[in-house]
Design a protein around this ligand. Structure first.
Ligand code: HEC
Ligand code: HEC
Length: 158
């Protein structure tokens, strides 16, 4: 019995060690192949995308990406820089898109007169982008492509 549990512990250890080695390898790829005990040359900090072009949403519920710089924009109990342009009353002057009606709805589905507390911290959901290449490969496809694929499959079945 004792021997059996020792074997189990030993094999668990081997599995953990192999797992660790694999994890180490995948971390190393983000370090451009530089060994873990050496300092890699830090990459240049990329610029924040600031082209003012609204981006296509990948699916209807996606919070739209921020197409402008937000460095130093204050969002706390005293001030919300975003609302200085995106609130209902500000858009005449700023010509920014207004926060949508969902941003006025509290958790009991009641519409408030101003932004609901659960939508106050804009950057919880909305993020700016950086002018850089993705660090890892990404095979995400747009929902339109998924629909096309499903339609194709259904045709084949008929
Ligand atoms: C100085 C005014 C101003 C401020 C401050 C500002 N925005 Fe904007 N925002 C705009 C304008 C104008 C646009 C329209 C596109 C453009 O011109 O960049 C825009 C576009 C956006 C969009 C894209 C909307 C869409 O439908 O694609 C998002 C999201 C957004 N802003 C979020 C924010 C957040 C979050 C903050 C605060 C961190 C913020 N903005 C602060 C003016 C502003
Ligand atoms: C909990 C997540 C969340 C938070 C917090 C949030 N948003 Fe949004 N926002 C969304 C989603 C999801 C959408 C797209 C669907 C919709 O309109 O509700 C959106 C849409 C928008 C749009 C586009 C509206 C349109 O009609 O095209 C703007 C502009 C925007 N948000 C700005 C803001 C600003 C400014 C804040 C902070 C005061 C904020 N959002 C906080 C999730 C969020």
């Amino acid at each position: 019995m004792k021997l059996l549990s020792k074997t189990i512990v030993a094999s668990a250890l081997v599995v953990a060690m192999i797992g660790g080695a694999v994890a180490q390898e995948s971390v190393a790829t983000l370090r451009s192949g530089v060994a873990l005990d050496e300092n890699a040359k830090p990459p240049q900090i990329p610029a924040m995308t600031n082209n003012d072009l609204r981006q296509v949403r990948n699916y209807p519920e996606q919070p739209p990406l921020i197409p402008h710089k937000i460095e130093g924009y204050q969002i706390d109990i005293n001030a919300n820089k975003c609302l200085q342009c995106h609130s209902r009353s500000a858009i005449g002057e700023s010509q920014a898109p207004m926060i949508s009606i969902t941003h006025f709805m509290n958790r009991d589905n009641q519409f408030l007169a101003s932004v609901t507390p659960r939508r106050y911290f804009c950057t919880q959901c909305h993020v700016p982008q950086l002018e850089t290449d993705p660090l890892v490969e990404n095979t995400f496809v747009d929902v339109d492509q998924v629909l096309e694929y499903v339609a194709g499959q259904q045709k084949e079945e008929k």
